[in-house]
Design a protein around this ligand. Structure first.
Ligand code: ADP
Length: 626
């Protein structure tokens, strides 16, 4: 017998399970049944290509045995089983995907969330058991093994004389306490109701010895007898009549299959008939999985053909921008023994993918139109993904997605679509205005924004992808997107333009002097009449805005860029006269003022200041001289 230690991360999961505050402990059975069903699937799949394997698929089943005296529950399957190495790898370490949960970033999540977010899997047996015994024989070899563990302290592996391939998992139930009644799980009624609730659709029969009674022959008396009975309906949920499915069933199925214990936001259950035939049961989650916006997240739908699971995550069925969709596709239009390589190029698979994409788009559009609150919840979780979708692939998909995205609007102080924005545009308004910043509040305070928003609606862009998204879209219904901080922002009347041009001309030398004193950090210093009461602002010329400069420079590459910035000073502010006076009387002092003004403008934009000490010294100098 070999004694082993669990890997560190497994210990943490085990610890979570054993001391779980998770109330929904009955799901352990669902997890074991689900593993058993997967194991049978695997064996079945192998047998399709490996003709040497003599498998009678009609004999596939999952069996549950309850022993009241020993206080054990055993779940057995005649699936693929495990070799010693597989036992070690599968039950000694938690699955790779699960281990990610324990990265630092998720530390603040509660236990329940952690349990809820990934397949609690095999270890959930320890939520109800003080000891777990796994007896298994792989179809690949004649050796069989027993794995045993009482929890944290490790596990042992020893030989077994099991002959049939498959796995039996026996749970030795914990003792009942005042708070927890485990003995309940030993009743037929309880087991049946758990199976019904979570595992009814499992495609293989789940059998159990059930007590029946019958009339004795030649007598009026009854006798009880035991009989193996199938306790699940075996019809996959997606094959059932939609009208007969309760919301709960969808929710249970979803959490079982996709390890998300929050109910989905939307369920799409449909049959497609035509060029290609398939049944789909798709879910839009209500929140982004913990790793959604990371490389670790894998998109894809479960793909069944003729009821056999061909692929657990078929990524070709979903475009990246809809990668959040989870679900199952079942079709008869793909060959059973299709390989992953040929699958990619399969004409029917492409047709199915196209049709699914259209369906998702349609559903999202109607959610947006008919249930705004729900759509906003969706958008909060996955809006970013849609925006990525717009600017990825050189904007190839923008037309499909641009009506699904929203931005905060200065007008109604909530999210708005481009369509809605355009429908409210003033007659004299040519462009769609937007401003960028870290938060809504900060944008609202920007000098450039306050001068525009009283008259026109402004979209507030707070995510780093936002401006890139608009640049990719380019135009919406023939209207350009204009950053209120760019030189393209032009709301002045001809007279006003003329007036400010003259002022700038008259002060040409002085402005040039100011620009020089900033060591050409800006491409221009000029007076403006665009700002209401604010003294200064920083705007940009050309294609790169200040916000884009921030985003690109925050990326871990060496390619740094600088926006071409212009320091604009309000000619209606008192500072105007002061600057002019200094230019005549004290040019050294003007240099200091210019620097301070420039630093202020950078601060307002949320840009860093290279030399804060200099700024502080300059300000104090100026105050002391006053
Ligand atoms: P998951 O099922 O999410 O991978 P589990 O912790 O439930 O995680 O199981 C870990 C692994 O152990 C499975 O991926 C599978 O390879 C193996 N396993 C579990 N139960 C069985 C079983 N009944 N038959 C064969 N292999 C199993």
């Amino acid at each position: 017998m070999k004694k082993r230690q669990f890997k560190t991360e497994s210990k943490r999961v085990l610890d979570l399970m054993i001391n779980s505050i998770y109330t929904n402990r009955e799901i352990f059975l669902r997890e074991l049944i689900s593993n058993a069903s997967d194991a049978i699937d695997k064996l079945y799949y192998v047998s399709l290509t490996d003709k040497k394997l003599k498998i009678d698929k009609d004999k596939f089943s999952i069996r549950i045995d309850v022993d009241k005296d020993k206080r054990t529950i055993t779940v057995s399957d005649n699936g693929c089983g495990m070799t010693e190495e597989e036992l070690e790898n599968n039950l000694g370490t938690i699955a790779e995907s699960g281990s990610l949960h324990f990265k630092e970033e998720n530390k603040e999540q509660s236990d329940v969330n952690i349990i809820g977010q990934f397949g609690v899997g095999f270890y959930s047996a320890f939520m109800v058991g003080s000891k777990v015994r796994v007896e298994t024989k792989s179809y690949k070899e004649d050796k069989a093994f027993v794995w045993e563990s009482k929890g944290i302290d490790g596990y042992t592996i020893s030989n077994s004389d099991r002959k049939e391939n498959g796995t039996s998992i026996t749970i030795y139930l914990k003792e009942d306490t005042d708070d927890d009644n485990y003995s309940d799980l030993l009743t037929e009624y309880k087991i049946r109701s758990i199976v019904k609730k979570y595992s009814d659709y499992i495609r293989y029969p789940i059998v159990m010895e059930v007590e029946n009674s019958r009339k004795k022959e030649d007598s009026d008396e009854y006798e009880t007898y035991k009989e193996l009975t199938t306790i699940n309906s075996m019809i996959p949920l997606w094959k059932k009549d939609k009208k007969k499915i309760k919301e709960d069933e969808y929710n249970n199925f979803y959490s079982d299959q996709f390890f998300d214990y929050s109910n989905p936001l939307k369920v799409l259950h449909f049959n497609m008939e035509g060029n290609v035939n398939y049944t789909a049961l798709l879910f839009i989650p209500s929140h982004a999985p913990y790793n959604f916006y990371t490389k670790e997240y894998e998109k894809g739908l479960k793909l069944y053909t003729n009821g056999v699971l061909i692929m657990d995550k078929c990524s070709d069925l979903l475009p990246d921008y809809y990668s959040f969709v989870r679900g199952v596709i079942d079709t008869e239009d793909l060959p059973l023994n299709i390989s992953r390589e040929t699958l990619q190029d399969d004409k029917n698979l492409k047709l199915i993918a196209k049709s699914i994409e259209a369906k998702i788009k349609k559903e999202l559009t109607s959610l947006l139109e008919e249930d705004r609150e729900k759509y906003e919840e969706f958008y909060k979780a996955f809006g970013m993904q849609l925006k990525f979708g717009i600017y990825n692939d050189y904007g190839m998909h923008k037309d499909k997605l641009m009506d699904l995205i929203m931005f905060y609007s200065s007008n109604d102080k909530k999210l708005t679509t481009f369509k809605e924005y355009c429908s409210r545009m003033k007659e004299d308004q040519k462009d769609i205005y937007y401003a960028c910043g870290e938060t809504i509040d900060k944008i609202d305070l920007l000098p450039q924004v306050s001068s525009v928003k009283d008259k026109y609606e402004v979209l507030y862009l707070t995510e780093y992808v936002d401006e890139f998204t608009l640049k990719t879209i380019g135009e919406y219904e023939g209207k350009k997107f204009v950053n209120v901080s760019s030189e393209k922002m032009d709301l002045l009347s001809d007279d006003e333009k003329k007036e400010i041009e003259e002022i700038n001309n008259d002060n040409k030398e002085m402005l040039e002097f100011m620009k020089k004193s900033l060591d050409d950090a800006v491409i221009n210093v000029k007076f403006t009449n665009k700002l209401k009461d604010h003294p200064v602002c920083l705007t940009s010329e050309g294609d790169i805005s200040v916000e884009m400069e921030k985003v690109i420079n925050a990326m871990p590459t060496d390619d740094k860029i600088t926006a071409k910035t212009v320091l604009e000073i309000n000619k209606n502010h008192k500072i105007y006269d002061k600057l002019r006076k200094l230019y005549n009387d004290d040019k050294e002092e003007l240099k200091k003022y210019t620097k301070v003004i420039y630093y202020e403008a950078r601060l307002i934009e949320g840009l860093p200041i290279d030399n804060p000490t200099e700024m502080s010294n300059l300000m104090c100098d100026i105050m002391a001289n006053k």
